[in-house]
Design a protein around this ligand. Sequence first.
Ligand SMILES: O=C(O)c1ccc[n+]([C@@H]2O[C@H](COP(=O)([O-])O)[C@@H](O)[C@H]2O)c1
Ligand SMILES: Cc1cc2nc[nH]c2cc1C
Length: 336
Amino acid sequence: MSAAFSNFEEFRALLDAAPSADESALKGAQDRNGQLTKPPGALGRLEELAIWYAGWRGDARPKIENPQVIIFAGNHGVTAQGVSAFPPEVTEQMVLNFQHGGAAINQLSNAAGAKLSVHALELDLPTADFTQGPAMSEQEAVDALLTGWNAVDAETDLLVVGEMGIGNTTSGAAILNALYGGEAEDWVGRGTGVDDAGLATKARVVRAGLAANPDRAGLEVLRGVGGRELAAMAGAIAKARVARIPVILDGFICTAAAATLADENQTALDHAVAGHVSAENAHFNALKNLGKEPLLAMDMRLGEGSGGALAINILKSAVACHSGMATFAEAGVSDG
Ligand SMILES: O=C(O)c1ccc[n+]([C@@H]2O[C@H](COP(=O)([O-])O)[C@@H](O)[C@H]2O)c1
Ligand SMILES: Cc1cc2nc[nH]c2cc1C
């Protein structure tokens, strides 16, 4: 099988050619929503969610039967600068934990009825320290984008992407600072739990990373200060966009990866909703820049797809109401 793309330009072209939501399914879902046995608007945001889902699936009365959660794991050279409360070995140790079913995401995926896939990306080859130059070459970033692209199952009807990577909140902060401006301090947070000195180190590292990587275009930012697991998340989100598979974004790092796509093409995230707002300092602001209102605010800051997986339950409930409820005519209920 030949690769779907072999450089950034070809990847961009695929994003630019991606189809929009199906207008007739959207219209059909809106009509159906207006006939269901409830006062107009009484299901609040569940109604707009179900209609949005119907449009992307091309079905006015859809079902969610095959949700997939994918975790991508990567290691970061920038951990040498002391940016995390945990050592880099934890990335690989947690991958084993995911594979043995012992992590939070295993339980949350099960509870949501989702299949969980885990992809470790060259854990023994951390990205380069981005304070010294780009974290990845274009080829390395393309390989990671392809891993993500190819990880999405064809029969998936709802996708959550998550990550595991000690040091990656510093990458996320650097990406968002590069794309949206402001000061490094606006974008760094405590991640796995650094103290005030650690927070100051993260701001210094982000500043140095932006100085060493001056290009501000989405994919260049992704390779400059991102990481393999972030590029893989971007690849999976892009594949879902092309295949019209709705996506639930997870936390801070996932949002930063997604933001690089939106910078390349402003419709790149039209098929995505924000699953939650994480407790990581700048996540809310990142979502605001993307125009995404989070479904949940649970003070979670775990990553590994956890907030997105939890939000699958919301989307399933929205679609179950939309597709399962009786209309006023069917139920013999008088409408207003
Ligand atoms: O998703 C989030 O919002 C989030 C917020 C804080 C930490 N994390 C997770 O913690 C790890 C990165 O934290 P750190 O301190 O090593 O940069 C990484 O494995 C993420 O999955 C994730
Ligand atoms: C234990 C642990 C679990 C995680 N899951 C996602 N990021 C993580 C970071 C740590 C440190």
